[in-house]
Design a protein around this ligand. Structure first.
Ligand SMILES: C[S@@+](CC[C@H](N)C(=O)[O-])C[C@H]1O[C@@H](n2cnc3c(N)ncnc32)[C@H](O)[C@@H]1O
Length: 554
């Protein structure tokens, strides 16, 4: 028995230590909770969900747990790592089951368990002080109240019809509620009320809306590629650019490819889409995901879009451009991020909640402004570059940011910097969607009205979309001059590398590198084993110059 017990004790010690290590990495902003737990190869598969739940719950209660530990000031716990103590205190005080596998790690368990009564009474005292009727009331309100982000489902028209998918859900017992574009509050009320209710989206014909929390990841329609789980706002750009079947489009910053596969769906797999992304690993994901979505017209190229020559004859047929470049990601509603932010802020203040360094927050504000400025330079350069493709006549520009700097200000600057494109009129840009752009950065009321904004209170992520249409024939020299006139962004310490070689000197490279930490997530570069052609197998087509690397699964 003793022999069998030993490895188990080691495994259990590892459980809390491993979770503490994940907290340490979250503090260092080395990844999201999900990537550091579910995507962490060193956490045993059977423990992943447990570790994930423990981390989320501990973060929710971290400020109160830290206060309990601080107030008790138990000398015996001084030697225990701060994060391990938080995790143990969580399990000991806030779960019915208590410490995980109690008894497996005798020393650690005994060390904390013998103080349970004292810790518990301190927790009760805090509850009394703040008037909390239950443990749940101890969670800061901002982390408790979830915004209702609906589960949006995009029907992949390459594998199914909207009616077919609706019928399938009805057969499974879901109730289809009527959607009224004019009454958004009714839409919200219906979805918030019923767990097995759904609606056709009133703005996008290929999108369905389900109540928040609906999990369709294991649904057969998702597994066979008939539906794609994609936020509604992120489905808007393909509808704004509207490439018809048989046309040629490009996607400048395409990975992981949700919008690329959406264009292929609207194009009925007829025509061609050039999909560029500078990140090799992300482009590999695009190749895999668009393949699962049955998209057959995508030519994926690992390159910086800014290195692509718009006058290269192979792009002469490109008429539609979807531009969704890196951005601050400030519109993404992610409750998990909010948990981590609150936890890190709590560490900064100390458990007592005091502290805060005003000079530092001033620095943070400045760094934030510089970052936004760099992103805006980069985003503007992407739009102006797309406008240099002589055949392009319609463009969508989007971000998942709520900042004016990356949205209306970029649009205004693009309009000032060239004379061939204007904003698409409002009736061509998701006309039924009520929230429009802001009349700022020199934009007129009519221009602002042709832009689309989305905010979390609309039940989507924060998002921005602009449509541009060609209003004057292409003049390559004018567009090139506009691009050359772009001011160089401030020096960046960005480490991201392009996989393509620039033929045009430093300015483009600086603009490209100006996209610092963004919604793209940390750049992962898996080892590369072999190269696969990026060309679709079509007759008579010129072989593209760049190759897509195939990553080895680790
Ligand atoms: C917001 S994400 C795109 C999301 C994508 N459109 C989708 O819907 O799945 C931005 C992407 O731009 C890529 N990117 C950044 N700079 C780039 C550049 N200069 N050229 C091409 N891609 C770039 C990033 O690697 C990242 O994958």
């Amino acid at each position: 028995m003793g022999f069998r017990g030993k490895p188990r004790a080691a495994a259990e010690r590892r459980f809390y230590e491993q979770a503490a290590d994940i907290l340490r990495r979250l503090e260092a902003r080395q990844g999201s909770i999900k990537t550091l737990t579910i995507g962490n190869g060193s956490v045993k598969p059977e423990n992943k969900r447990k570790v994930y739940a423990l981390i989320c719950q501990t973060l929710k209660y971290s400020s109160v747990l830290a206060r309990v530990l601080e107030r008790c000031a138990i000398a015996d716990l001084a030697t225990v790592d701060r994060r391990v103590a938080l995790l143990l205190a969580h399990d000991l005080l806030l779960t019915r089951a208590g410490l995980q596998r109690a008894g497996a790690d005798e020393k650690l368990n005994r060390q904390i368990a013998r103080h349970k009564a004292r810790l518990r009474s301190e927790l009760d005292r805090i509850k009394q002080e703040v008037g909390a009727a239950s443990d749940e009331d101890l969670v800061p309100a901002a982390l408790r109240d979830e915004l209702p982000t609906f589960r949006y489902v995009r029907v992949n028209l390459l594998a199914a019809t909207v009616d077919g998918v609706v019928g399938q859900f009805e057969k499974e017992g879901y109730r289809l509620a009527a959607a009224d574009a004019a009454d958004r509050s009714q839409l919200h009320a219906v979805l918030a009320a019923g767990s097995r209710t759904f609606m056709r989206d009133p703005d996008l014909h290929d999108v369905l809306a389900f109540p928040p929390g609906t999990d369709l990841h294991a649904h057969p329609l998702f597994v066979d590629g008939s539906i794609v789980l994609q936020d509604k706002a992120s489905c808007m750009p393909a509808h704004v650019v509207q490439p018809p079947p048989g046309s040629t489009a490009l996607d400048s910053c395409a990975a992981p490819g949700n919008k690329t596969s959406h264009m292929a769906s609207l194009m009925a797999n007829r025509g061609r889409i050039f999909a560029f992304d500078k990140d090799r690993a992300r482009l590999n994901t695009l190749v895999r995901l668009t393949d699962q979505a049955h998209s057959k017209i995508i030519t994926a190229r690992c390159a910086s879009f800014l290195d692509i020559d718009p006058l290269d004859p192979q792009y002469a047929a490109v008429e539609y451009a979807l531009l969704d470049p890196s951005c601050s990601g400030s519109g993404i509603v992610n409750r998990m991020d909010a948990l981590v932010d609150a936890y890190i802020a709590g560490i900064g203040r100390g458990a007592s909640g005091k502290g805060g360094d005003e000079d530092k927050s001033g620095d943070d504000t400045k760094a934030h402004e510089v970052r936004l400025q760099r992103l805006a330079e980069f985003q503007t350069s992407i739009v102006l570059h797309a406008m240099r493709f002589p055949g392009v006549k319609r463009i969508s520009y989007s971000t998942c940011s709520v900042h004016v700097e990356e949205n209306e200000a970029v649009v205004a600057r693009v309009l000032r910097s060239q004379g061939e494109f204007s904003l698409a009129p409002a009736d061509q840009v998701i006309p039924t969607w009520p929230r429009r752009g802001l009349e700022t950065a020199g934009l007129t009321e009519a221009q602002a009205a042709s832009l689309v904004r989305a905010l979390p209170e609309d039940g989507t992520n924060g998002f921005f979309v602009a449509g541009f249409v060609r209003t004057a024939p292409a003049d390559p020299s004018r567009a090139a001059a506009a691009a050359a006139a772009m001011p160089a962004p401030p020096a960046s310490n960005n480490t991201g590398r392009s996989l393509g070689r620039s033929k045009r000197g430093g300015r483009d490279r600086r603009q490209r590198d100006a996209a610092t930490a963004s919604d793209d997530g940390p750049a992962k570069r898996p080892r590369v084993a072999a190269a696969a052609t990026d060309a679709p197998k079509s007759r008579g087509k010129k072989r593209p110059r760049r190759k897509v690397a195939v990553a080895v699964a680790r």
